[in-house]
Design a protein around this ligand. Structure first.
Ligand code: ADP
Length: 467
């Protein structure tokens, strides 16, 4: 039963049904046109023979002269040789002269009457299942009705030809149908073979193992493209799952560090009675670790929610103010390290965005700049372009090695874990997530020992509102 529900079976059925309809229409057309053609050819020949015979009838003094009788003439011999029957009837329908196989056929008074009115006509008569075509025409002399001439011929050869055609059609149609159904089934099976492969591969795939691939042969047809798309999707899924797993592992690891430190401090402190300042120191240490933990959890939460943030939370932001305030809040940190802090922001830049996220973005970039710079200067420079505002955060710090540059936006990625012990490697991934939420772009260039330059490009109010 399952087989009947397959696409290839249905395809075969459709092909056969369609072909059946086409063949029936075609067969009927051929049959009836041939029938009509043959009958009209026969009628022409009967009409022509009748006119020849009428011309050969000898009329004297307004009467048919039977002495020079028709049956003996060479015309009649010729007509007889071709299977015609020829009769001459009196105006009342009495047979006066006749020759040929159907000479004694019953006279149809209606056709004689019609001929009497000067109208020739055809009729078909059946005697013991043989059909005979009869042409009845008047013999006239100066508008005077002298008698009737009838020419007949058997329709048997014509019927035989049509019967042969019918048999040929009835035999060939089922054969063609069977061939077409099988070829339809075979072609559909061939075309759908890669889809079966896709199904089997998809059945093998689970969240744990996304490594299965179809590896389609390089065909640029619909199925080839489907298979390639499927493989690409699997690769993306595998990548995403791997990153998610890595992220969970890294997050657990990062969370474990401050917790283990807290536990160690508590363990050591509680080993024996201590002086008050030792307790105070221990509490300060624990507070530092919990601060770290809190920061980490907040960052993780931010990243986890990042994808769900919607522009509905966006508002019109006085961006110039926001940049200046953020920079001022970090100035003490840079001055404490003896760094020059150069800020240049044009007035009245307005953005459509999320204030908290934008502050967080520039705190992360400026904090990194201060953190990784031991001497020289930090610069925050903003300028407006037609539809964008660009903000450059540059420093004269340690720089980032070329091989690390492509990874610095990855979650938990740190270039030198010992040097940046204060960070957790989430700052730049958060910065990038924020820039993407604002439909912007974040790029970096860096030279080891010379400094780093981050450029944020954000669309200005009107454009982002529309997007
Ligand atoms: P972290 O919290 O460790 O600073 P980030 O995601 O902010 O994490 O940065 C990732 C890594 O990129 C840092 O560990 C650091 O090695 C490097 N980095 C970021 N900003 C700078 C900078 N301005 N100068 C040098 N290195 C930087």
């Amino acid at each position: 039963m399952k087989r009947f529900r397959t696409l290839r079976f249905r395809f075969a059925l459709w092909t056969a049904t369609l072909l059946l309809i086409v063949l029936i229409l075609f067969g009927a057309f051929v049959y009836f046109s041939l029938q009509q053609g043959l009958v009209s050819a026969m009628d022409d020949s009967l009409r022509f023979s009748a006119s020849q015979a009428i011309a050969a009838v000898n009329i004297e003094n307004g009467q048919i002269n039977f002495s020079d009788s028709l049956p003996e003439s060479s015309l009649v011999a010729d007509l007889q040789g071709r299977g015609f029957t020829i009769r001459i009837l009196a105006p009342d329908g009495k047979i006066l002269q006749s020759s040929g196989p159907y000479h004694s056929l019953l006279v149809d008074p209606a056709s004689v009457q019609k001929a009497g009115m000067g109208v020739p006509g055809f009729s078909t008569v059946t005697i013991s299942s043989v059909k005979i075509r009869v042409y009845t025409a008047p013999i006239l002399d100066n508008q005077q009705f002298l008698g009737v001439i009838q020419i007949m011929q058997s329709l048997a050869p014509l019927v035989e030809t049509l019967d042969r055609l019918l048999v040929a059609l009835l035999v060939s149609i089922p054969v063609l149908l069977i061939i077409s159904a099988f070829s339809g089934y075979y072609l559909a099976a061939r075309a759908l073979f890669p889809i079966d492969q896709i199904t089997q591969t998809a059945q093998r795939i689970s969240a744990e193992d996304l490594s299965a691939r179809l590896n389609p042969h390089k065909t640029d047809d619909e199925v080839g493209r489907l298979a390639a798309t499927f493989d690409n999707m699997l690769a993306r899924l595998e990548n995403a799952f791997r990153r998610e797993r890595q992220f969970t592992a890294d997050a657990s690891h990062e969370l474990r560090t401050p917790m283990a430190a807290t536990q160690a401090i508590l363990g050591v402190t509680l080993e024996k009675d201590r002086k008050p300042q030792e307790y105070r120191q221990a509490l300060r240490d624990i507070s530092e670790e919990t601060d770290r933990l809190q920061g980490l959890v907040e960052n993780l939460l931010f990243l986890a929610r990042g994808d769900q943030r919607n522009p509905a939370q966006f508002e019109r932001v006085d961006f110039s103010h926001l940049l200046l305030d953020t920079a001022e809040s970090l100035r003490p940190l840079s001055e404490a390290k003896g760094l020059r802090f150069d800020v240049s922001v044009p007035e009245e830049i307005t953005l459509f965005g999320n204030t908290d996220s934008l502050i967080r973005l520039f705190i992360n970039l400026l904090d990194n700049a201060i953190k990784f710079t031991s001497h020289g200067e930090i610069r925050l420079l903003a300028w407006k372009e037609e539809r964008f505002v660009r903000i450059k955060v540059s420093d004269t710090g340690s720089g980032i090695p070329d091989q690390d540059l492509p990874h610095i936006f990855d979650r938990f990625y740190r270039v030198d874990t010992s040097r940046s012990a204060r960070g957790s490697g989430l700052g730049l991934s958060i910065a990038q997530a924020i820039v993407h939420q604002h439909a912007g772009e974040l790029t970096v260039t860096s030279r080891v020992g010379q400094g780093t330059e981050f450029i944020v490009c954000l669309p200005i109010a009107a454009t982002i509102q529309a997007s």
